[in-house]
Design a protein around this ligand. Structure first.
Ligand SMILES: [Zn+2]
Length: 298
């Protein structure tokens, strides 16, 4: 435990350094994001249309397949890790970075909270962009007619748009931005995207234990998690408490540090009807992931 704490403290120092050394990366990534806002929002829109909730096993399977294909397109080795019970698979991806000594696993989940459509102002699986929260007079935006850069206060409404598909989209956009710039990542990348977080992760321990070699790493970064008191982000939390991701499993099974990056769902509406994601949260998430992918080294 002492060893893990020392490693975790070192990582926090590395994270702090990351905020400094990543200035150039941030400038580039911000420029990339501004030039690609339509595509990035389009990716979130597409994933939000997949009905990946516990009541729809076919929707969960479709989401896992689509996420696997998105990783394959980017050169990742992939595998769907099934618990063998018909339950949703964990989407695994792996990409080596030449010269990297460390391996980081990026966790997120692709399932969303249950929906009661009658409680929603619009179909939970047909995303709608609005100018702000509904209780603040947010009105519908015609995205097809909208020109980027978009107003960062706009919000995309849809089930799982915030919790937790935005984390996945932020990761993909950060990866794409770095690839477009020709930068290599400082760590080998593993991805673990779960499909049962919102029902208590009943098969996660089994999947992790059965795939310990595949999932071996030096650090888990959890792209989900509790609301920070400030309701602002991004923040790194150590140790993690709250939320429903069973954080202890990663530490118990793999004996490596775990850091939470609740970067995009700090608006605290993710479990309610009319879940939505503020665009600035997504933009912040992309920059944070880019910093993690380029500057983490220890
Ligand atoms: Zn979540």
């Amino acid at each position: 435990m002492r060893c893990m704490l020392r490693a975790a403290c070192g990582l926090l120092a590395a994270f702090a350094a990351t905020q400094v050394c990543a200035a150039n990366v941030r400038d580039y990534v911000e420029g990339y994001r501004i030039a690609h806002e339509s595509q990035i929002v389009g990716q979130l829109d597409e994933l939000t249309r997949i009905r990946s909730v516990a009541a729809d096993p076919a929707g969960l399977a479709a989401a896992a397949d689509r996420l696997e294909s998105l990783l394959k397109e980017r050169g990742f080795e992939t595998k769907l890790l099934s618990p063998g019970t018909g339950a949703p698979s964990l989407v695994f991806g792996y990409l080596r970075s030449p010269g990297a000594r460390r391996t980081v696993v990026f966790y997120a989940h692709y399932d969303g909270q249950p929906v009661t459509p009658s409680e929603w102002k619009s179909d939970p699986f047909i995303p709608v962009m609005r100018s702000g929260p509904l209780n603040s007079g947010g009105h519908d935006i015609d995205l097809k007619a909208a020109r980027s850069p978009f107003n960062p206060e706009w919000r995309l409404f849809g089930r799982a748009a915030s919790d937790d598909k935005a984390s996945i989209v932020a990761f993909l956009a950060a990866f794409d931005a770095l690839k477009a710039s020709g930068r290599k990542t400082s760590v080998n990348i593993k991805v673990a995207w779960e499909g049962e977080e919102e029902v208590g992760s009943p098969h996660l321990a089994q999947i992790l234990r059965e795939n310990q070699t595949l999932l071996a790493s030096d650090l888990w970064l959890i792209g989900d998690g509790p609301l920070h008191q400030s309701r602002r982000g991004p923040v790194a939390l150590l140790p993690m408490m709250g939320a429903s991701v069973p954080i202890y499993l990663f530490a118990d099974i793999f004996k490596v540090p775990v850091i939470g990056l609740p970067i995009v769902n700090h608006d605290n509406n993710q479990h309610a009807a009319n879940e939505n994601l503020r665009l600035q949260n997504l933009w912040d998430g992309i920059e944070t992931y880019a910093a993690m992918l380029t500057a983490l080294s220890w």
